[in-house]
Ligand binder design. Structure first.
Ligand SMILES: [Zn+2]
Length: 417
């Protein structure tokens, strides 16, 4: 079968109709709608010379066996956030299927190397707060101890939700077996941000995923009566936090791709008649360069101490979560640029702010790269998420070319071994 990008769009629309309601896509992992999406995907495999199974963490693997067991892996995730969009994750899986069909057609069902499609389980972490669930099990970076007791809003544990779908949380590490013969991983994804649209470009090659420093920052001052406490003798914890909220902007602006966000601020006692005695804020800092991330973290910490002192407060930091920047493979980044140039567009290079399954695959030491396609209005995780049909078609074409270049690269390496 030759590549047929319009089929990808038609299939994405089918999936959308099957799994959305008035508020958007509802393919939340471990729910019936997600299982229905996966069952629908099974119907798309009919007639293809492939083997299809789920691993111990619920990742789906569709394998088109080739002359060489060395495998080029293509994938993303079919799960969505609640009230999500039609393209986040699904585009990558359906484009991977189209490319797999093309390989099967071109080589009469037996390409020179093995092509595998993966639909990672629970990329979004929407229900249990654990993003990249399946890909981290595959990469061997999952911590079952931490995952076992996670529960959703209704008190259902992750363990129980997995069991209902036929998986044992204790065994998810067995998904690492799928790493055998993995030679490279490619993922097509919507940008989920405004940069490509602003530049009038359809596609970008992704340099890696940004590292994240995520901290709780708590300022301690003195609760006091709002009527009787003179302005000069206040120890206002919110004032110190507010100064920090503004200061993180110049800190981030020193670097071209860095971002800093104070996403949550809670005041105590939090009543209209009291000076704030305690203020609990969160800080999320991201960059692709570990040194930049460390600098920003140091600068924010120093600024928080300065502002605390100015307001007669103290400040305390505790790390909520962090992850190092994960750069993608230089040779594959090169193929991505080459591909976009061949299609007559400027090969924009972008870091990814959001994490993706590709980050976990890369962490496992498998050469990895992603390609982004423009998102209209930069909107994602929302039912209005969209990409123009021309750009979707172009993206499937580009992804197919990238797959061919990467396949040739894998074969060249196999021959020289
Ligand atoms: Zn996604």
């Amino acid at each position: 079968m030759p590549l047929h990008p319009q089929r990808t769009i038609a299939e994405l629309k089918e999936l959308r109709a099957l799994t959305e309601d008035a508020n958007g896509a509802q393919r939340v992992a471990w729910t019936d709608t997600w299982l229905k999406a996966r069952e629908w995907f099974t119907s798309k495999l009919q007639g293809l010379p492939v083997e299809d199974h789920y691993d111990a963490a619920g990742n789906r693997w569709v394998t088109l066996a080739g002359e060489s067991p060395q495998a080029l892996i293509l994938g993303s995730h079919l799960d969505s956030v609640p009230n999500g969009g039609w393209l986040d994750g699904a585009l990558g899986v359906m484009a991977a299927l189209e490319v797999l069909r093309r390989f099967a057609g071109e080589f009469n069902g037996r390409p020179p190397l093995t092509i595998r499609l993966v639909d990672f389980a629970d990329e979004e972490g929407a229900r249990f707060g654990r993003s990249l669930f399946g890909s981290s099990a595959f990469a061997g970076t999952a911590s079952i101890a931490a995952d076992r007791n996670r529960a959703d809003r209704d008190g259902v544990t992750l363990e129980a939700a997995l069991r209902r779908c036929g998986y044992d949380v204790e065994a998810i590490g067995d998904a690492q077996r799928e790493r055998a013969h993995a030679a490279a991983y490619l993922e097509l994804h919507i940008e989920q941000g405004p940069i490509l649209e602003r530049q009038g470009l359809p596609l970008a090659v992704v340099l890696g995923t940004k590292g994240v420093e995520r901290h709780a920052v708590t300022f301690h001052g003195q609760e006091a009566h709002s009527g009787s406490t003179p302005m000069t003798s206040r120890r206002d914890a919110l004032a110190a936090a507010a100064k920090l909220a503004l200061e993180i902007r110049p800190i981030a602006r020193q670097y071209p791709d860095a971002v800093c966000t104070m996403g949550s601020v809670k005041t105590f006692p939090g009543i209209v008649t009291a000076v704030v005695g305690r203020c609990e804020a969160t800080l999320d800092q991201r960059d692709l360069d570990a040194a930049v991330l460390a600098d920003m973290f140091g600068a924010a910490k120093a600024a928080s101490r300065r502002f605390a002192a100015e307001e007669g407060c103290s400040v305390e930091w505790s790390r909520i979560w962090s992850i190092e920047p994960i750069p993608f493979h230089p040779a594959l980044i090169g193929f991505g640029e080459e591909t976009i140039r061949e299609l007559d567009f400027h090969p924009q290079r972008l870091p990814s702010g959001p994490l993706h399954d590709a980050a976990e695959v890369s962490r496992a030491g498998i050469p990895t790269v992603m390609m982004f396609v423009q998102s209209l209005g930069g909107i994602s995780h929302n039912k209005i998420e969209d990409t123009s049909p021309e750009h979707l078609e172009l993206a499937v074409q580009a992804f197919d070319r990238l797959a061919s270049k990467t396949a040739d690269w894998i074969l060249r390496q196999t021959q020289t071994q």
